[in-house]
Each structure stands twice: as structure tokens, then as C-alpha cells.
Design a protein. Structure first.
Length: 148
């Protein structure tokens, strides 16, 4: 009796985590991660003194997907989102930016462009230009003085 050949994907795909990087306190947060063992238990956490957000199980291909709710008590700012599994050990994490509950995201999930980045660039460019002109003027004055 001959044994059947085992088929495995080689090289195995690297573990990965896909998650929205901005969320609002109290709203759902969707994620998908790969690289876990088949049917492995995976714990989702927001690392900021918050409780465990949920427990999930990887499918037969080692992929876990789910939706967790960002606690309404989460402080605005960056937080680490972490998925943890044991035996075999695997930890995947990503930084998410939590917005205050009263701030809503537009339908496309992107924050509006307030122009502050453009304004900062223009101001910085103007300052550099003025410094260059001032430095050039100082050099011209020094050269004129040394010629006399």
C-alpha cells in the first residue's frame, strides 16, 4: 500500500495583517490576517489598557477575518491593534489611529484635506527662499567690502 503524496505550498506565504488604519471610538473595525494554523484560536486586542476585543478562529487555510468594536472609552490617538495566537505562536500587529466619537469619517474613509499640509509646504519653501536671498545678500556685501 502506497501513501499519498502530501501537497504543501512552498515557500509558505508570510503572515500578514490587513486593517483600516483609522477608526472612531465605538465603531466597528474590520481586519483580515493570514499565516495562522488551521482552526487556530486568535485573540484580537487594542493595546491601550482596553479589554480583549474578541476571540476568533482561523479557517482551514489559516486566515482569520473579523470585526471588532473600538471601545467608546478609547482615547483619541494612535493605538496598537494586535492579533495573538499560541501553539504555534504568532503575533501580528498594526497601528491604528482612533478618532473621537463625535468626529465622523466621510464615506470613503479618508479624512478631508484641510490644506494645512500644502500651507506648511508653501511657508517652509518661502522661509528657505528668504534665507537663501538673505544669505546671498550677506555674501555680496562682504565681497564689496573686501574689494575696497
Amino acid at each position: 500500500m502506497a501513501a499519498e503524496t502530501a501537497h504543501a505550498e512552498y515557500p509558505p506565504n508570510a503572515p500578514s495583517l490587513s486593517i483600516d488604519t483609522t477608526g472612531i471610538a465605538g465603531d466597528p473595525l474590520l481586519f483580515t490576517a493570514t499565516g495562522f494554523a488551521a482552526k487556530q484560536q486568535v485573540v484580537a486586542e487594542l493595546i491601550s489598557k482596553e479589554p480583549v476585543l474578541g476571540t476568533f478562529f482561523a479557517d482551514s487555510k489559516g486566515t482569520v477575518s473579523g470585526t471588532v468594536t473600538i471601545p467608546e472609552t478609547s482615547k483619541p490617538g494612535p493605538h496598537a491593534f494586535r492579533l495573538t495566537a499560541r501553539d504555534p505562536d504568532l503575533v501580528l500587529s498594526s497601528v491604528i489611529n482612533v478618532l473621537p466619537r463625535h468626529q465622523k469619517l466621510p464615506p470613503d474613509g479618508q479624512l478631508p484635506d484641510t490644506g494645512s499640509g500644502q500651507r506648511t509646504f508653501v511657508m517652509f519653501s518661502t522661509a528657505v527662499g528668504l534665507l537663501a536671498v538673505g544669505g546671498g545678500a550677506v555674501l555680496v556685501v562682504r565681497r564689496r567690502r573686501t574689494r575696497r
